[in-house]
Every structure is written in C-alpha cells, then in structure tokens.
Design a protein. Structure first.
Length: 139
C-alpha cells in the first residue's frame, strides 16, 4: 500500500519539480533583464554627466528663431537698468536666471547679453559659464 502511494506521488512530484524549474528560469531571466537595463541606464547616465560637465555656453545667439521670450527679455533689461540702490549698490549686477533644464534660460541670458542698444549704459559686460560645481572664487 505504501509503495502504491509513492508510485502515484512520483508523477506529481515531477510536475511540481518541472513547474518550479520553469519558475526559477523565468525569475533568472527577469533578473538578467533588469541587470542589463540597469547597466544601460548607468551607461547613459555617465554619458549625460560627461556631456553636462563639458557643456559651456557663450553669448553668441541667432535670435531669428526665438519666439515668445521678448517680454521676459524686457523685464530682465528693466531690472538691470533699474536705479534701485540694492541692485546697483556695488556697481556689479548679477541677475540669476533659474528653472528646469531645457526651458531656455541660456537663450534668454544670451538675448539680454546681446542687446547692446538697451544696455548701452554698461561699459563692461562679461559672459560667465557656471558649471554644476559652482565655486564663486573661481569665477
């Protein structure tokens, strides 16, 4: 009787063993896929970090293709030309422009910098590229 039960259980054990083997194989494939994706993301991140670290900007700009930034440019120029003591106190004007990546901060700064007609009162203007590792003394 005992041997008869064992004979009947063996096929079930084989089925369970095969099902577990399939599940282990699927889990292994998922882990390998996640590892490959992780390596891909790590490589892309490294590439983008290198691009950002090397990226420098300058004042040269082709304004003909820029739309909708005129009012922002005029507000910045008005702030730069303001005679309020707290803005012109040191005779050095620094106006930060900040925001999300890709919204046109550098383009806007270039537009203001290149507007020599509006900024004729400034005898000296300097374009400074500030890297992500900001150091005031280096600038």
């Amino acid at each position: 009787l005992h041997q008869n039960k064992m004979t009947r259980m063996l096929p079930r054990l084989a089925i369970i063993k095969n099902a577990m083997a399939i599940q282990v194989q699927q889990t292994k494939q998922l882990v390998m896929s996640l590892q490959e994706e992780s390596e891909y993301i790590r490589e892309r991140t490294t590439i983008f970090q290198e691009i950002i670290a090397k990226r420098e900007t300058g004042p040269v700009l082709e304004e003909a293709m820029i739309l909708g930034r005129g009012p922002d440019k005029e507000r910045i120029i008005a702030a730069l030309l303001s005679t309020e003591p707290n803005i012109m106190q040191e005779h050095i004007t620094i106006l930060p422009i900040f925001g999300l990546a890709g919204i046109g901060k550098t383009t806007l700064a270039q537009m203001v910098f290149n507007d020599t007609h509006s900024l004729h009162g400034y005898d000296f203007r300097v374009w400074v590229h500030v890297s992500p590792q900001f150091d005031f003394h280096t600038i």
